[in-house]
Design a protein around this ligand. Structure first.
Ligand code: VGL
Ligand code: ZN
Length: 205
C-alpha cells in the first residue's frame, strides 16, 4: 500500500487472546493475518489498551457490579470489564506472535483513570484526543485500514472516529475478532455501515 495508507493494528495484546483476562474468542487467529498484511503496508501503527490499576472500566472498582454489566458514568454508558491491560503487566504486552517490527508508532490509550478509550483517536468523553489524528494528518495519511481486537469495541470505535475525521476508512474483517456482548457486534456492524466505513477482506488489499 502507498504512502497515504496506514494499517492500524488495534490492541493485539495478551489479555485479549484466548488465555487472557478479557479473552476475545479466537482472538489469536488474527495474528498471522495481521503479520501477512502488515508486510504489504508502507505505514503500520499499533495501539495498546493501557489502563492504570483500578481503572474506571474495571468491574472490580464498582462494588456489587459484575463484568459485562453496563453502568452510567459522567460521559455516558460504560460496559464494565474484568481487570485487563494494566500498564506494564504481561497481559498488556503485545501478543508474542505479532511480527511487525516495522511499525512506526505505538499509540497507548485508556490511561486516564476516570475515562475509557475504545477509540484510538478520541476518549470516551468524546473530546479528549489521543494525538493519533494529528500524527496521521502530519504524515499525509488519507486511508486507514483497521484490524485487530475487538471488532465490536476498539476496532469499531477507532474506525468510526477515523471516518468521522475525514479518512477513508476500512475494517479488514478477517483480521478482527469480536467480543459480542449484549448485541455489541450487530450494533457495531450497523454503525459502521451507516457511517460509510467499508468492510474488506485481507486478500483484497
Ligand atoms: C477493548 C474492551 C475493553 C478492545 C478494550 O480492545 O476492544 N474492549 N477494553
Ligand atoms: Zn480496556
Amino acid at each position: 500500500m502507498g504512502d497515504d495508507a496506514v494499517l492500524l493494528v488495534i490492541d493485539v495484546q495478551n489479555d485479549f487472546l484466548p488465555a487472557g483476562a478479557l479473552a476475545v474468542p479466537r482472538g489469536d487467529e488474527v495474528v498471522p493475518v495481521v503479520n501477512r498484511m502488515a508486510a504489504r503496508f508502507a505505514n503500520v501503527i499499533l495501539t495498546q489498551d493501557w489502563h492504570p490499576a483500578g481503572h474506571v472500566s474495571f468491574a472490580s472498582r464498582h462494588p456489587g457490579r459484575r463484568p459485562f454489566e453496563t453502568i452510567a458514568l459522567p460521559y455516558g454508558a460504560q460496559v464494565l470489564w474484568p481487570d485487563h491491560c494494566v500498564q506494564g503487566t504481561p497481559g498488556a504486552a503485545l501478543a508474542a506472535g505479532l511480527d511487525v517490527p516495522q511499525a512506526q508508532a505505538v499509540i497507548r490509550k485508556g490511561y486516564h483513570a476516570h475515562a475509557d478509550s475504545y477509540s484510538a483517536l478520541l476518549e470516551a468523553d468524546r473530546v479528549t484526543p489521543t494525538g493519533l489524528q494529528g500524527l496521521l494528518r502530519e504524515r499525509g495519511i488519507r486511508r486507514v485500514y483497521c484490524c485487530g481486537l475487538a471488532t465490536d469495541f476498539c476496532v469499531a470505535f477507532s474506525a468510526l472516529d477515523a471516518q468521522a475525521a475525514g479518512f477513508e476508512t476500512f475494517v479488514v474483517e478477517d483480521a478482527c475478532r469480536a467480543i459480542d456482548t449484549g448485541g455489541s457486534l450487530a450494533a457495531a456492524r450497523r454503525d459502521l455501515a451507516a457511517a460509510g466505513v467499508r468492510m474488506i477482506a485481507s486478500e483484497r488489499i
